[in-house]
Ligand binder design. Sequence first.
Ligand code: PLP
Length: 390
Amino acid sequence: MNFDEIIDRRGTFSSKWDNMEAYGGVSPDVGIPMWVADMDFQAADVLQDAMRNLLERANYGYFTGENEMKEATAWWMKERHGWTVDPDHMSSTAGLGHAIALILETYTNPGDEVIIFSPVYHEFAYKIKLNKRVVHEAPLVIRDGVYHMDMDALEAGLTGKERMMLISSPHNPAGRIWTPAELRQLADFCRRHDLYMVCDEIHHDLVYPGQSFTSFLNAAPEAAEYCFILTAASKTFNTAGARLGTVTIPNDHLRQRFRQALVEHQTQPNLLGVELTRAAYSPGGAEWVDALVSYIDRNHRLFLDGIGQIPALKAMPMQATYLAWVNFADTGMEMSEVLRRIHEDARLVPSIGTGFGTGGENCLRFNIATPRARVAEAVERLQTAFADLQ
Ligand SMILES: Cc1ncc(COP(=O)(O)O)c(C=O)c1O
């Protein structure tokens, strides 16, 4: 577990590294990619052992093991989140982007509105639009420096066409953990307005020491009848390439419909995803995650302290995730100038905030799940690029 080790990912078909020049115009030879949400660390030993076993078996044919993976997933949820979940309520998808698309397709109709709290993970709005549903944005408001949901404004702006609410819990970007009271409020809102609730908990393991995350169904068990809980080992263990996500649907009728949709689409989990997820959700995996979180926590403090020393830059305090959200509005600069400095002067490639919807206009999202030396380098480059700010 040497998270300080610099691993050269250039030319390894890593999307974050190999596509950074196309996205941000910065060569991977001189730049630091801080956009795509994956990590630059070596995989956990439990994953490497699983891969070695697979390699030794030397056969990649049809397989079983999905049930054991679901049992391992249920063990993890109980052990790490105090959430008792029935493995029979789980279905496997090809990642959570796929799960969201399939849920939209199965339970809503073209023209229906889906509520999202912006700024939020850009794929939410993208998937909604791609499926010809309508994005109903509920902009988050900043109070005491962090995001809050404005439920009164949401209620006042309802059109009657809303069918679903989709949230990121913890929240991407900015790493806000919604409190049990907030989650209960959302559950109640969905019940009163007859909305399905889709709660994406993909970031739930990456919670900083001293913070506590509550699974949606622990906060609001009564919402079991109309909710979908999305989880995956992919953010926690950096296995996004294995395309495996889990959708937990406690309601029998809703679950049957989802299973039917999977059958109609001939969707089955893949061998790599199942093997890696089963291996990840284990005591050895837990040990690795504890070390990882403590490492990222120190990265996050280094990054936020460094940003804090640049006048006019505001990094939102984070409770979870490795995605730091920095607001440049107080620089008084056009975002084109901010981006010029970030790309050309600092040679960093963060995610551009506009993609996250309303509220993201003046922001950039920085992925800090990389060896500390690189985070320190990124901070120094930012301080130099904005040294003229007073
Ligand atoms: C909230 C959220 N959901 C889903 C995903 C992506 O999931 P997948 O790679 O399984 O499609 C991400 C990736 O960053 C995310 O932040």
